[in-house]
Design a protein around this ligand. Structure first.
Ligand SMILES: [Zn+2]
Length: 118
């Protein structure tokens, strides 16, 4: 596991953040939301994530079990990350790797999570 430090943002730049992530472990998902959004996700403990700007620009959407706050920018609509609780109770942030600076998306090998059947 190799944590690297990344900066990311929404499209319009209202929401900016930094996170320590292991991009050798990424996830795509076929649930009713992810298959539409197209996110590639990488997970960080809440302590490994810093929101630099945009808390007031973020809007929240919850569905199904309502355990995950899917956050999107009210201005540009991009969904840069979500907040949730891991099975062990830890507070986690699911970062949309597509919103990070300087990542070669073609180099990633995401695990396909079957969220539609979960
Ligand atoms: Zn935005």
């Amino acid at each position: 596991m190799t944590l690297k430090h990344y900066a990311g943002s929404c499209q319009c730049g209202a929401v900016t953040f930094e996170a320590g992530l292991d991009l050798d472990r990424t996830v795509t998902c076929n649930c009713s939301r992810c298959r539409r959004v197209g996110s590639i996700l990488s997970f960080a403990p809440e302590a490994g994530f810093t929101l630099k700007s945009g808390e007031t620009a973020l809007r929240e959407y919850r569905f199904n079990t309502h355990k995950v706050a899917h956050l999107f920018c009210a201005s540009c609509g991009i969904q840069p990350f979500g907040r949730g609780i891991a099975p062990n109770g830890d507070r986690m942030v699911a970062v949309n790797v597509r919103c990070l600076d300087g990542v070669d998306l073609k180099s990633l090998t995401p695990h396909e999570h079957d969220g539609a059947s979960a």
